[in-house]
Design a binder for this molecule. Structure first.
Ligand code: NCD
Length: 309
């Protein structure tokens, strides 16, 4: 693996397989009473979050701690960024303390790439604007694999606000690398511009018709309507969005009880996913959260542990 994890482009299919294999071992540690490995003793991991987060930030922190790294959390609001310090000065200040890895979430697409050029530490992209969220895609692949076995040839349907979704962009790359068939479903206003060329090149399908695609799905991933990234109206009303693209009770019946349902969270219950679907036996939402720690342990381990560890 390269020094940084900025995009799913940084890992090939073999490296993804190796990471997910390590994550399986890390998941065993997670189930123990004493959750501690010495692998990253003496290493320092800084979580630098300029956007809100519940799952990603806490799971990176727990992952670092369980590997015995020293972890520090810094949020945009509580840092000197709120006094007007530039991103470059903030990260160079932190890096000057001698950190080994910087996990960064920032509202600007491309920010993680930029940060990697400014510091010697390993940089992990924990979400940069609408661009990528590679650790989420890896944990989604891990969760699906645990449930379904190898994803090669399996049909995964990604539904929702794809325009604003970094989870979508990373997942398309990761799932296609693993040989899955992917269909991206969104209303025309929330289908990313340029998707035709990208889908042709990357080999995934697109559709505006959820009801046509759903019966052919082996797994469904619902993605959040990201109102905080929307200026203006992308759909007439919440009700119309749900009627066209929500995973409703009726669509759950079409899906059948064995098709896993994923959502990276946070969920808009009643908008993109009905409570019945979110809480169904086939829902993997909490499995994804649990896998998040194991997969992030694997990422930190692969980036920071020496060959001899
Ligand atoms: C995602 C994110 O922040 O991009 N959430 C997450 O990391 N669990 C998806 C989202 O916010 O909808």
């Amino acid at each position: 693996m390269r020094r940084h994890l900025l995009s799913v482009d940084d890992v090939d299919a073999d490296e993804i397989a190796a990471l997910l294999a390590t994550a399986t071992e890390m998941h065993d540690v997670q189930r123990r009473q004493v959750k501690k490995l010495p692998a990253l003793r003496g290493r320092t991991v800084i979580n630098l979050f300029f956007e809100d987060s519940t799952r990603t930030r806490s799971s990176f922190e727990i992952a670092g701690k369980w590997l015995s790294a020293d972890t520090v959390n810094i949020t945009g609001k509580g840092s000197s960024a709120s006094k007007g310090e530039s991103l470059r000065d903030t990260v160079r200040t932190i890096a000057a303390m001698g950190v080994d890895a910087l996990v960064i979430r920032h509202g600007a697409s491309g920010s993680a790439q930029q940060v990697a050029q400014w510091v010697d530490a390993s940089v992990v992209n924990a979400g940069d604007g609408t661009h990528e969220h590679p650790s989420q895609a890896l944990l989604d692949a891990y969760t699906l694999q645990q449930r379904m076995g190898p994803l090669e040839g399996r049909h995964v349907v990604l539904v929702g606000d794809l325009t604003h979704s970094r989870v979508f962009r990373s997942n398309v790359k990761c799932l296609t690398k693993l040989g899955a068939e992917v269909t991206a479903v969104a209303p025309p206003t929330l289908m990313p511009s340029g998707v035709e060329a990208w889908s042709r090149e990357a080999g995934f399908a697109t559709s505006y018709d959820l009801d046509e695609v759903l019966p052919k799905a082996d797994a469904v991933m619902m993605l959040r309507v990201q109102r905080e990234r929307m200026a203006g109206g992308y759909f007439p009303s919440a009700r119309e969005y749900t009627v066209g693209y929500g995973l409703t009770r009726d669509r759950l019946d079409v899906l059948g009880p064995d098709v896993p349902i994923c959502h990276p969270g946070p969920m808009n219950r009643g908008l993109e996913i009905a409570a019945d679907a979110a809480d169904a036996a086939q829902s993997l939402v909490l499995d994804q959260v649990s896998a998040g720690v194991a997969v992030r342990m694997a990422i930190l381990y692969h980036l920071l542990a020496g060959e001899d560890s």
